[in-house]
Design a protein around this ligand. Structure first.
Ligand code: ADP
Length: 450
């Protein structure tokens, strides 16, 4: 596999490049700013010095009188006095300044000379309306080139150190920011390697992206684990429960091969094999349906159902031949339900009632509203269920007193009934007395009564 840079390294490199770029930009900016600041400061200084010198000069009889306090040279600024005809009267022109420039009152300007640049300011000092003298201030313009050289020199040393620090800083910041991701990856790898889905990332709850990702992963692991558990259970249940009918069929075949001689014997063996095959088929379909319900893959679209009307129609269609089924189904009791599952529940309860009671005794199916709940009860007057068994009969494959149970039973029916009640947000109750009969009741949240 091609080895690519890790995201951490990529971010570190990008951050370092960004910071280095910003540092270079900052340097250029500083160079530019310091240039103009230095020139502006020099101009201000020149302006101030020449103006302050102005106070020490007076013009009497067209001649300048210079009093004490006038400075010809101060802080690199030379102040010169010129006559009206622009002839130098006092002061000394710097050697390096050789430019011939016309006088302009009050105007600071930069002038090129032989050795670099000069800043010049001329001030006109009038004695009367037609005569006076010129004051000229001169100063060397700050040497920007050497400033730039200095800055460049400093940056050559500082920049590599800065880039190194930026790289280190970026690396630590990225490493820290990616710590939760490392944790998520490590957990996912551990789960994968150990093939144990019970591990969880368990990041503390928080609003950031990593906490949300970790929570999503944990939820996914939870679902996966649940799914695997269900699958494991299905495989265990199916292989365990199918073993008995399969060995009965095998035994019957072997017996028939050896001993069955008459066509009647064969017919009996075939009918027994048929019954066992039916049992296996119903067991597999029940198991599959329960597994799908647990996994949430069973189509459980809910709709508004009139419970009484539904129970009535369903019974008419499915138990028409059973005249012992008495219906007492109130109409207009609305619930949110999946008709397919509801039908399966009713069928299981009614078939159990028939299985576990005398053929002659009545069975009643009642739909009513009790304590603000919709209820559907199936009552029989059969063998009943001992008190100690009443909790256990809801478990998978549990059959109270196998000797009494119908051989077609699988012990899955009531477990499925309870599951269906759960899916609907309801629950099951049971009232039963041995030898008197049982009443199984489904309680559902009531949508509306009309
Ligand atoms: P089965 O396929 O054995 O009927 P169920 O899960 O439907 O499985 O029922 C579990 C056990 O509960 C049954 O084996 C039976 O002993 C008991 N049972 C269920 N319904 C009734 C009933 N109406 N009357 C008496 N016993 C019942």
């Amino acid at each position: 596999m091609k080895k690519t840079l890790s995201v951490k390294s990529k971010i570190t490199i990008l951050l370092t490049l960004l910071m280095a770029g910003l540092a270079v930009l900052l340097l250029i900016f500083m160079l530019f700013i310091s240039n103009s600041v230095a020139t502006q400061t020099a101009m201000d200084q020149l302006n101030e010095t020449v103006h302050s010198n102005l106070a020490y000069v007076e013009v009497t009889d067209r001649k300048p009188v210079i009093s004490e306090g006038f400075s010809y040279f101060q802080n690199g600024i030379s102040t010169l006095i010129y006559s009206q005809n622009e002839a130098l009267i006092a002061g000394q022109i710097p050697v390096s300044f050789q430019a011939e420039i016309p006088f302009e009152n009050g105007f600071i300007r930069t002038v090129d000379s032989t050795d670099g640049q000069y800043i010049v300011l001329d001030l006109w000092l009038a004695s009367d309306w037609q005569s006076g003298v010129w004051l000229r201030g001169l100063m060397e313009a700050p040497n920007n080139e050497s400033l730039a050289r200095n800055l460049l020199f400093i940056s050559l040393i500082a920049l590599p150190i800065f880039i190194l620090l930026a790289a280190l800083g970026s690396y630590f910041i990225t490493k820290r920011a990616f710590q939760p991701l490392d944790h998520i990856t490590a957990t996912a790898e551990a789960i994968n390697e150990a093939k144990d889905l019970s591990g969880r990332i368990g990041l503390p709850e928080g609003g950031d992206e990593f906490s949300r990702l970790a929570a999503d992963f944990d939820q996914m692991f939870e679902r996966l684990e649940h799914s695997f558990e269900i699958e494991k259970q299905f495989t265990a249940d199916a292989s365990h429960e199918l073993r008995t009918p399969v060995s009965i069929i095998k035994g019957a075949c072997e017996y028939a091969e050896k001993y069955d001689e008459t066509p009647e014997d064969h017919a009996e063996t075939i009918s027994m094999i048929h019954r066992q095959a039916d049992k296996m088929a119903s067991l597999i379909s029940q198991l599959l349906s329960m597994t799908r319900m647990e996994q949430g893959t069973e189509n459980t679209l809910m709709e508004r159902v009139d419970l009484g009307e539904f129970a009535y129609t369903f019974s008419q269609e499915h138990f028409m031949e059973h005249s012992r089924l008495k219906l007492n189904t109130a109409q207009g009791v609305f619930v949110q339900a999946n008709p397919e599952l509801l039908g399966r529940l009713i069928r299981n309860l009614v078939e159990n009632a028939m299985k576990y009671s005398d053929d002659s005794s009545p069975i009643s199916l009642t739909v009513a509203v009790q304590n603000m709940e919709a209820t559907l009860s199936v009552q029989d007057f059969g063998i009943g269920i001992p008190h100690e068994e009443q909790e256990k009969i809801w478990q998978r494959f549990y059959q109270a007193d196998v000797s009494r149970s119908n051989e077609n039973g699988s012990g899955l029916g009531l477990s499925m009934v309870r599951q269906i009640a759960d899916i609907h947000g309801g629950y099951m109750t049971l009232e039963s007395e041995p030898e008197k009969g049982s009443t199984f009741t489904l309680h559902l949240p009531l949508l509306k009564v009309s």
